[in-house]
Write a protein that binds this ligand. Structure first.
Ligand code: SF4
Length: 385
């Protein structure tokens, strides 16, 4: 007799199909096409200080950053590029403003890509032919990085301000100059500090071209505000399938940018979720200190590299339900905690034993997941009811 599986209702795993874009290769990382959306950041060290820059790149790499950009405002910085590009474990993009000569220096140095800002590179349009030739010979992609704050003067005059149309026209104009010389290894960004303008600009750009898109809200602000602006803007675009690589810009250490970027991708299921603590916000019904419990469990599981979902719930209202949905969970009440594993209550422990029991069980499940080959990157903690 054949068994009929009644199954579980299907839950959607993504919000939209990816926009179809051409794929480019930034060193070892593919960007665009069907490549996973990548996370990048930018160093804050003087690039000419090779040791400090490589140290920060190593920290970024450890935090999950996949591509790193370094500024190149002086000849000393340009001279440092070759060593940095060679020693970095992730692809290095040189960020060039004002001086076309540094574009050539970055290409010669073996950078994985070069970002140019057409709004402020002197006589940039006259140099496109030479840049396209040098970039094509070395297979170095170019990011055309348009920024609201440094929009091409011609377009500023035409549109009066950095409108979405102005940002897009600037980017596509520069791209067309490269295309005239047969060069199409291009990705584009059209950044603005206002998420509404930024989202509109990227939507227009996505509709008008097949270039891979680097998403960014420029000058997004301090960590809290910048995180929200970026999450809202990237969320809007990525949920429509728009965006191939992202950079969260924060007035905070770059590793924080990476953390936020990764969490945005994980929240949208564009990256496999890692350790996730589903903890309730607590309320007047809570019979246990949920914040403390969530912190203690998070701390105890720090460094875990498997996609484990741990529910920490303050009472029996949503507790058992959420705890059952998770790989592992606790629903607290009456000085006790019911411990759930894969939907089954495996034991009830006194409140003082909840943390150690959860950690113990989490490690067992993680070990099994690792044996089964279900592993990913760094841990993630999310707090929510
Ligand atoms: S599970 Fe819900 S009802 Fe219970 S303490 Fe947490 S927030 Fe309050």
């Amino acid at each position: 007799m054949t068994a009929i599986s009644l199954g579980m209702p299907a839950v959607p795993t993504k919000l939209a199909d990816r926009r179809v874009s051409r794929q480019i290769q930034v060193g070892t990382v593919a960007v665009g096409g069907d490549a996973p959306v990548s996370v990048q950041s930018m160093t804050t060290t003087r690039t000419s200080d090779i040791g400090a820059t490589l140290q920060q790149i190593a920290e970024l790499t450890a935090s999950g950053c996949q591509i790193v950009r370094v500024a190149c405002p002086t000849q000393d910085d340009a001279d440092a590029l070759a060593t940095i590009a060679r020693k970095s474990q992730i692809p290095v993009i040189a960020d060039i403003h004002f001086q076309p000569k540094y574009v050539f220096a970055a290409i010669d140095a073996g950078c994985a890509a070069v970002r140019v800002n057409p709004g402020n590179i002197k006589q940039f349009d006259d140099k496109v032919k030479e840049i396209a030739k040098a970039a094509a010979e070395t297979r170095t992609p170019i990011r055309i990085g348009v920024n609201a704050g440094s929009l091409d003067a011609r377009l500023l005059k035409k549109y009066g301000k950095a409108t979405p149309e102005a940002l897009v026209e600037s980017a596509l104009w520069e791209a067309s100059l490269f295309e005239e010389h047969g060069f199409g290894d291009i990705k584009i960004s059209v950044k603005h500090n206002d998420p509404v303008v930024m989202v509109n600009a990227y939507r227009q750009l996505a509709a008008q071209s097949d270039y891979p898109l680097h998403l960014g809200v420029t000058e997004a602000g301090p960590a809290f505000q910048g995180t929200i602006k970026s999450a809202v803007a990237f969320g809007a675009l990525l949920s429509e399938g728009i965006g191939d690589t992202i950079r969260v810009s924060l007035s905070a250490p770059p590793a924080e940018e990476v953390k936020v970027g990764l969490q945005i991708l994980e929240a949208l299921n564009l990256k496999q979720r890692r350790l996730e603590i589903v903890s309730c916000p607590s309320c007047g019904r809570a019979q246990v200190d949920v914040y403390k419990l969530a912190d203690q469990v998070s701390a105890g599981l720090e460094g875990m590299e498997v996609p484990l979902r741990v529910a920490v719930m303050g009472c029996v209202v949503n507790g058992p339900g959420e705890a059952r949905e998770a790989d592992l969970g606790v629903a607290s009440g009456n000085g006790k905690g019911q411990i759930f594993v894969k939907g089954e209550v495996i034991k009830t422990v006194p409140e003082s034993k909840i943390v150690e029991t959860l950690i113990e069980e989490a490690l067992k499940i993680a070990e099994q997941m690792e044996k089964d080959g279900i592993a990913s990157g760094e841990p993630q903690v999310s707090i929510g009811a």
